[in-house]
Design a protein around this ligand. Structure first.
Ligand code: E4P
Length: 218
């Protein structure tokens, strides 16, 4: 499973990329607004830190506007992945960019039917938002299962399932059991993955016992 970070904060992207855990980055207009920074500058900086796909989302909602903005964004760096909404115009723009060999991420996917359309449009990634489905009382992980099942019936579908809107570590472990290709994870949740009270307690004991030996490893 590939790990992307869902963030537009340079400091946290740098920090987590230093651990060798990041295969890519996703941003969205809300994360860019939260950063308070200029969109193209942030994307350029992220692309220089992480070599994998960096999703940059168009702001336009019509086909011509998406193509115009996507062209501009794709020139920032080779690893920019154009993020497009799951609408008819977004799918058309997805086809346009995938035909040109430019990576695409079709976002705001909330149904298996939408995911089939994204695959037919040649998307590199489709982003089902599982946390937002959970928020309205639907089971986000069931959608991941459904999409992975459907895609496995059609080897000609090359689109990767990118699990988005992740809220907790269980979302990640369950998505991995299902076989999703990618998880895009907020920094806070990524850090939660490592923590276990027995790890902390065990390490504390080992450090204490080692000190009592008076030895050094040299
Ligand atoms: C994915 O690409 C989106 O940026 C993100 O996962 C949305 O998450 P949210 O529902 O927490 O805003």
């Amino acid at each position: 499973m590939k790990f992307f970070i869902d963030s537009a904060e340079i400091a946290e992207i740098k920090e987590l990329s230093g651990y060798g855990l990041l295969d890519g980055v996703t941003t969205n207009p809300s994360l860019i607004a939260k950063s308070g920074r200029k969109f193209k500058e942030v994307i350029a900086e992220i692309c220089a830190i992480v070599k994998g796909p960096v999703s940059a989302e168009v702001a336009a909602t019509d086909y011509e506007g998406m193509v115009r903005e996507g062209e501009i964004l794709s020139k920032i760096a080779k690893n920019v992945c154009i993020k497009l909404p799951l609408t008819m115009d977004g799918l058309k723009a997805c086809k346009y960019f995938s035909d040109k060999g430019i990576q695409t991420n079709v976002t705001l996917c909330f149904s298996a039917a939408q995911a089939i359309l994204a695959a037919k449009a040649g998307a590199t990634f489709v982003s089902p938002f599982i946390g937002r489905l959970d928020d309205i009382g639907q089971d986000g992980l069931s959608l991941i299962e459904e999409i992975c099942d459907i895609y496995s019936n059609y080897p000609e579908f090359k689109t990767e399932v990118l699990v988005a809107s992740i809220r907790n570590p269980v979302h990640i472990t369950q998505a991995a059991r299902i076989g999703a290709d990618v998880a895009t994870i907020p920094a806070k949740v990524l850090k939660q993955l490592v923590s276990h009270p027995l790890t902390d307690k065990g390490l504390e004991t080992f450090v204490k016992d080692w000190a009592s030996t008076g030895q050094k490893i040299d």
